[in-house]
Design a protein around this ligand. Structure first.
Ligand SMILES: [Zn+2]
Ligand SMILES: [Zn+2]
Length: 58
């Protein structure tokens, strides 16, 4: 599938795909082919993608 327009995440590269979840146009760098999701949805949907939000350092 090809789409026209700019990636709506970085707005600097041509979009290659459309997110199946939110419909965002995404370039190769911001599209997870395996999941069919944009980087945003992929980050939210993937439970293994832990961020350091709960890490507190002294
Ligand atoms: Zn992009
Ligand atoms: Zn999405």
């Amino acid at each position: 599938m090809s789409v026209s327009g700019l990636c709506q995440i970085c707005e600097s590269r041509p979009a290659q795909e459309r997110c199946e979840n939110c419909g965002t146009l995404a370039c190769d760098a911001h599209y997870e082919r395996g999941a069919g999701l944009c980087a945003d949805c992929s980050a939210r949907a993937d439970p293994t993608d832990h961020r350091d939000v709960d890490v507190h350092r002294f």
